[in-house]
Design a protein around this ligand. Structure first.
Ligand code: HEM
Length: 450
């Protein structure tokens, strides 16, 4: 929940050595400007933590000494001042998110063309097919081809239809979001479908490692991910001119820097496009479906047909209110004042997007649903030089999934046997959103027969 880097995800929270928000204000050794409340809390919803602190203080301090920016104005100012707030926060290679200045610009010139409107329009039918196949499996309750029983399948939810009037029970995060994310990304990159179970296992372990905060766990999942990427690159190298024509091969041959990418650069870019992003898309799906469950009138409006632009705005607003992509890190390169607090050079800082997206000073009531009114200030995909290059892809994927799911299912309601569970810091959104999906046909026949 970061700029998609494994190391970055760890830093978003695990490194933050949490403390309770109602704990006494921390002293600020090395910082001028008074005392700040402590941030964040272990085993708590990061959105709730930020909501509790932000009205009284736009800044908080983790017990490891990282300053957390909670207000919209300060987060935007820091994101736009990439000279003072450097992204060189990690000892690992992170392309392009760990770069500053000209080096960063050169890598963005290489990366951005992969997400142009034309390319996204060309990819959309492929992603729609992925969404349709998934919806068909959700209707029939079928296992997927790779042999992964969805978590709501027999066992957790049995046939899914007993006592639910033909509706099927699934978890919006693991059964829908994670599977859609893995299939969409692998189809986009041209990776084999046999990687689906491997990537799904990896996503679960990555989340567990992120939560644990143990360096050895996150290092292990990072190495595993690199091995997955190499298993895709090596056969292409061996195939030479016979390598499939897809985005992965294109990246391997990309010479926009005036030379081919080195192995570690390729791995880093692909890690950013998959590793963290799969989790982000899955969490976004959980947040969106939970919002639709809680707002049946919005669900009905979407189902009755809204334009692509309108649906994009609706989804962006749902994610603004509950942004599962919590934060990114920076480090100051010189002394700077933020919100009346003087930060020294070398100060570690976190831009908390989830909190900034709910700042009362910017949005008034943070829960007021106003897709067009909030659009300009929406920070779900960041802002400034490091703004998300994958936004067009994420936006298209999420829209297509919502279109297909609201068309395949005439009603999405909460599962009666379990509540949605919030993720805990450093991950945002929900860890689980149990839903009942009523297949469109079943509802029609229920009405006819009833
Ligand atoms: C699922 C929804 C997504 C969300 C909420 C999201 C959010 C963000 C945010 C907030 C940033 C800014 C990071 C910073 O300022 O340090 C970012 C950067 C980035 N995102 Fe995304 N992203 C998403 C999907 C994607 C996708 C699908 C891709 C690519 C396939 C992607 C690739 C990247 C990369 C490479 C960066 C680093 C850009 C840079 O440092 O210049 N993102 N993303």
């Amino acid at each position: 929940m970061s700029s998609h880097s494994l190391d970055e995800q760890t830093a978003n929270g695990a490194e933050e050595a949490p403390a309770h928000p109602s704990a006494p204000a921390a002293d600020l050794p090395g910082l001028a400007g008074g005392s700040l409340p402590e941030f964040p809390v272990p085993s708590s919803d990061p959105r709730a933590i930020a909501d509790a602190i932000r009205p009284d203080s736009g800044l908080a301090l983790s017990s490891t000494g990282t300053v957390v920016l909670l207000r919209h104005a300060e987060v935007v100012a820091a994101a736009h001042d990439a000279v003072t707030f450097s992204s060189g926060v990690s000892r690992h290679l992170q392309l392009p998110n760990g770069l500053d200045g000209d080096e960063h610009t050169a890598f963005r010139r290489l990366i951005d063309p992969y997400f142009t409107p034309d390319r996204m329009a060309e990819l959309e039918p492929v992603i729609r097919e992925v969404a349709r196949e998934l919806c068909a499996e959700l209707v029939t309750g079928q296992d997927d081809s790779a042999g992964n029983a969805p978590s709501g399948a027999a066992g957790a939810g049995g046939s899914h239809s007993a006592g639910t009037g033909g509706a099927r029970r699934w978890d919006a995060v693991s059964d829908i979001g994670a599977r859609f994310a893995v299939r969409a990304q692998t189809r986009w990159l041209g990776w084999p479908s046999s990687l689906e179970p491997v990537l799904l296992d990896w996503m679960a372990d990555n989340q567990a490692a992120t939560r644990s905060g143990r360096g050895e766990d996150t290092a292990e999942v990072a190495h595993r991910f690199d091995a997955i990427i190499r298993s895709v690159l090596d056969p292409r190298r061996a195939a030479g001119a016979q390598a499939p024509e897809d985005v992965t091969t294109e990246l391997m041959c990309d010479e926009s820097l005036g030379r081919p990418l080195r192995e570690e650069e390729l791995v880093s870019i692909l890690r950013n496009w998959t590793g963290g992003d799969l989790g982000s898309i899955a969490l976004c799906v959980g947040v969106i479906l939970q919002h639709l469950v809680e707002h049946p009138e919005l669900q009905e409006r979407v189902r009755s047909g809204v334009s692509a632009a309108e649906l994009d705005a609706i989804i962006d607003e749902i994610l603004r209110i509950d942004d599962p992509f919590v934060a990114n890190r920076r480090i100051t390169t010189c002394p700077v004042s933020v919100g009346g607090v003087r930060l020294p050079a070398g100060q570690r800082v976190v831009l908390n997007w989830t909190s900034a997206n709910r700042d009362e000073l910017e949005f008034g009531d943070p829960n007021a649903f106003d897709p067009h009114g909030s659009a300009e200030s929406n920070l779900v995909y960041g802002t400034g030089k490091h703004v998300c290059p994958g936004r067009p892809l994420a936006t298209m994927e999420l829209r297509v999934l919502v279109e297909e799911i609201t068309s395949a299912f005439s009603l999405i309601t909460p599962a009666p046997d379990a509540d949605a569970q919030r993720s805990v810091t450093p991950v945002g959104g929900y860890s689980s959103v149990p839903v009942l999906l009523m297949p469109a046909q079943d509802r029609r026949s229920a009405i006819t027969c009833g």
